[in-house]
Ligand binder design. Structure first.
Ligand code: BGC
Length: 811
């Protein structure tokens, strides 16, 4: 293959080479008929196939072909089941084969830094180890079918606010240990065919032109050999991107950037060898797809639906159960909440799939009992409690043995392009739960949401089932769990704090206008709550079952190891209850005493086992150097400081059932361990209250002066200013309205038109001017933008001249 591709490249013109480095349209790559190079199709991802129906050319949030909507990533992650992720990946691959899609755009491996990130439902966890393991399994499943995966969004894309321009300021150690570690595991273990770089900047440089990230770390350190593509519209400076290791710009730049590549090679500012390398990777992807194409491939739609239901049931987390669950068949139940008939099962944005079949919880519950009533409880379009609907709900609750409320976050709360502003559920849901729980003490809440919510009513209800956004069969899965047909086995892949202010990022999310500082450093999720000893609503790794498990006979293979040796850890787990069930066994490592600050404990292993009543099994883990290491920024390497380490085995991060201490001896005792006690003491001694990290302490770990986060009065607008920013000026406002109207007219009508409108408006606000070139499909050219910028920057005469020249040119 290598030889074949090299020969093709040798026969290409410079223009042809440059043309292959950007998309043909929204989702296709260009082909070259003269050379017989075919065009291939990419499609979103990540929890279902979203192949546009008619026109792969439109903005990409319109109609798509029906496909199986599996649980979203934050749901799937709660299964902690590598095999399940592999199976779902495989099923996604099959659907791609059937539709002749060469690459599915997922999974997303970004860390859930704040509960507010609008795209949290597309991400797995607050923990990089869990993220990496699950992403790797999913990629392996997808790629086992011959279809390519796209690991995204590389990197440090943890918010939607100003996602196309924000500069994530993160210290090197945090970058390595938290934000890159999941990507690193997935890349090394599963070799995704493509990696998608993110929109944002990382420490001052756009991810799409970040040589350190794309070449030094991804390729040289991690050995990545696949293709790097941009997120849609993430390309800033095309030539700089190529030099940094970005091969493919998506979507099309309508020839604008191809011409820049040609010019750069001609004038000697870009070596043709760099271009050839990118072209080689594009062609490798294309011919790989050709080789794996199975145009007549068919899959069993029904089987995939069943799989979606099983996956949802495995992913839902039983957060609380005061003995009311499981329900008995035939029981008299009141089903309350519009979500029971209008399910909330996935998030908005590019990942939104058109499900083959959608299960409604109400209908599914009817298969378990005929003694069933229903009340809407709240208005889907309003957050304000509706007295009439609540009274109706209370009335049916009073007449039932159990009231089951389906509540959570409406569509408008969780979407790509927008972060949440708070962690509360709509008051219409909260008030409904309070009142129904008063009317019937046997109240159960089933939640639909992609990330944590506050639960002010928790003490008043008997049980809570966290359903997450469980995909097209979430309704049936919830019914199966509530009636005990399936035993819950999901565990939280993230901490549910009591309130928003408790999160370590609370004061530093989403910040802006220029930068977002990751001042909490390594202390994300349980790493923070455990270290600061702060109470939470539900800890990381928590999840109840209808049976119980006993842990015993923990064994470690040695009491002392060198850091280049492996340690085997084993534990016996027994199902001590009356029903079969699955348990997720979690292994955490705690550095007992260290010179550098370290979180209280970190997840380094997990396994899920299914046991019949009375059955027992031995679960084994293997730990290696990385399990004990921290990232040493001075030596730019992972390092273990000699000392005692506790190996903790638990049923959750807060429920440790067995522990052993071992000594790990460094094989590099000469390496000095950074001691930041005097300059960054707060990281050694986290205060119990709301986390505030002063400039000096953050600077001490960041290692440099912090970049300015202020937009100066009169600062000129640039090609990277957003439409939201320029609309503050007279000409900018006119331009914004023009773009806005044209976007409105070109967007296809969708069922949830209102939500799409809000999302599009938000996305336009955050869109840098440079992207108008692409999104206008070439109708607006660079010269026009230059003219516009002159106008906006109060140089009307020059601006008008430039604009009229541009307009005259296009006739
Ligand atoms: C999203 C990506 C997605 C792409 C294509 C972007 O806006 O960030 O996750 O794959 O669009 O739809």
């Amino acid at each position: 293959m290598k030889e074949f591709i090299k020969n093709i490249i040798a026969s290409m013109t410079l223009e042809e080479k440059a043309s292959l480095c950007s998309g043909l349209d929204m989702f296709r790559l260009k082909g070259i008929a003269r050379l017989g190079i075919p065009s291939i199709l990419l499609s979103d991802g990540p929890h279902g196939l979203r192949k546009p129906v008619f026109d792969p050319d439109h903005l990409g949030i319109g109609q798509s072909i029906p496909s199986t909507c599996f649980p979203t990533a934050s749901a799937m992650a709660s299964s902690w089941d590598r095999n399940l992720l592999y199976e779902i990946g495989y099923a996604l691959g099959e659907e791609c084969l059937h539709e002749d899609v060469a690459v599915i755009l997922g999974p997303g491996a970004n860390i859930k830094r704040s509960p507010l990130c609008g795209r949290n439902f597309e991400y797995f966890s607050e923990d990089p180890y869990l993220t990496g393991e699950l992403a790797a399994s999913m990629i392996e499943g997808i790629q086992a079918t011959g279809v390519g995966a796209s690991l995204k969004h590389f990197a440090v894309n943890n918010q939607e606010y100003r996602r196309m321009t924000i500069d994530a300021i993160v210290d090197e150690r945090t970058l390595r240990e938290i934000y890159l570690a999941g990507f690193e595991m997935a890349v090394k273990q599963s070799r995704p065919r493509t990696v998608m770089c993110s929109y944002n900047k990382v420490n001052g440089v756009y991810a799409s032109e970040h040589e350190r990230l794309l070449t030094d770390i991804l390729r040289k350190e991690w050995g990545y050999e696949g293709l790097v593509m941009t997120d849609w519209g993430a390309c800033d400076d095309r030539v700089a991107g190529l030099k940094a290791g970005q091969d493919l710009e998506m979507p099309s730049s309508f020839g604008v950037n191809d011409a820049k590549i040609v010019k750069a090679v001609r004038d000697g500012t870009l070596s043709e060898a760099v271009l050839d390398e990118a072209v080689e990777r594009v062609l490798e992807l294309v011919y790989d797809a050709v080789e794996n194409r199975l145009p007549d491939y068919c899959y069993e739609k029904r089987t995939h639906h069943v799989m979606a239901r099983q996956a949802a049931a495995e992913s839902m987390v039983l957060l609380k159960n005061d003995g009311i669950l499981p329900l008995k068949k035939g029981m008299k139940i009141a089903v309350i909440g519009a979500f029971a008939i209008h399910p909330r099962y996935q998030g908005n944005g590019s990942s939104q799939v058109n499900p083959c079949r959608l299960e409604k919880a109400y209908c599914e519950l009817c298969t378990y009992t005929s003694e069933i009533t229903f009340a809407r409880g709240y208005d889907l379009r309003s957050d304000v409690p509706d007295e009439r609907l609540i009274t109706e709900a209370c009335n049916i609750a009073r007449g039932a043995e159990v009231a089951i409320i389906f509540a959570g976050l409406p569509d408008s709360y969780e979407t790509e392009g927008m972060d949440r502003e708070h962690m509360r559920m709509p008051e219409s849901h909260n008030e409904l739960i309070r009142r129904v729980a008063e009317a019937n003490p046997g109240t159960v809440v089933v939640l639909a949401n992609g990330a944590p919510v506050e639960m002010p009513w928790l003490g008043n209800v008997k049980a809570v089932l966290e359903g997450y956004l469980g995909g097209e069969a979430a309704g049936g899965a919830a019914a199966d769990l509530l009636f005990g047909m399936v035993n819950p086995s999901g565990k939280l892949a993230e901490t549910f704090a009591l309130q928003l202010d408790d999160y370590p990022s609370a004061n530093y999310f989403p910040s802006g206008p220029r930068t977002v500082e990751y001042r909490e450093g390594l202390y994300v999720g349980y790493r923070y709550f455990d270290t600061a000893k702060k109470a939470v609503l539900f800890p990381f790794g928590h999840g109840l079952s209808y049976t119980s498990f006993e842990y015993s006979d923990m064994e470690v293979s040695a009491s002392q190891i060198k850091d280049d040796e492996e340690l085997k850890v084993g534990v016996l787990v027994k199902n001590t209850g009356d029903v079969a069930g699955a348990e997720v066994i979690q292994l955490y490592v705690r550095d007992v005493e260290s010179t550098i600050f370290r979180p209280e404990k970190e997840l380094k292993g997990f396994d899920k086992v299914f046991l019949q009543p009375g059955e027992m099994t031995r679960v084994e883990f293997t730990l290696d150097r990385r399990s004990f290491a921290y990232y040493n920024v001075e030596t730019a390497d992972w390092h273990v400081e000699s000392g005692d380490f506790e190996i903790l085995i638990g049923s959750s991060s807060a429920d440790i059932r067995a522990r052993e201490t071992i000594w790990v001896e460094s094989t590099r005792p000469g390496v000095s361990v950074p001691d930041l006690r005097s300059t960054a003491g707060i990281y050694y001694n986290l205060p119990p209250g709301n986390l505030v990290v002063d400039d000096e302490s953050f600077k001490a770990i960041y290692g440099e002066t912090l970049p300015s986060n202020i937009v100066l009065e009169g600062e000129p607008y640039t090609i990277n200013s957003t439409l939201g920013e320029v609309k503050e000026t007279f000409f900018g406002r006119i331009f914004f309205e023009l773009v806005h109207n044209s976007a409105r007219n070109t967007l296809p009508e969708a069922e949830d038109g209102e939500m799409q409108k809000i999302m599009t408006e938000k996305m336009l606000e955050d869109l840098p001017l440079r992207n108008v070139l692409t999104f206008s499909e070439g109708k607006i050219n660079e010269q026009m933008l230059e003219g516009l910028l002159l106008l906006i920057n109060r140089k009307p005469a020059q601006g008008l001249v430039r604009l009229s020249t541009a307009l005259l040119k296009i006739g």
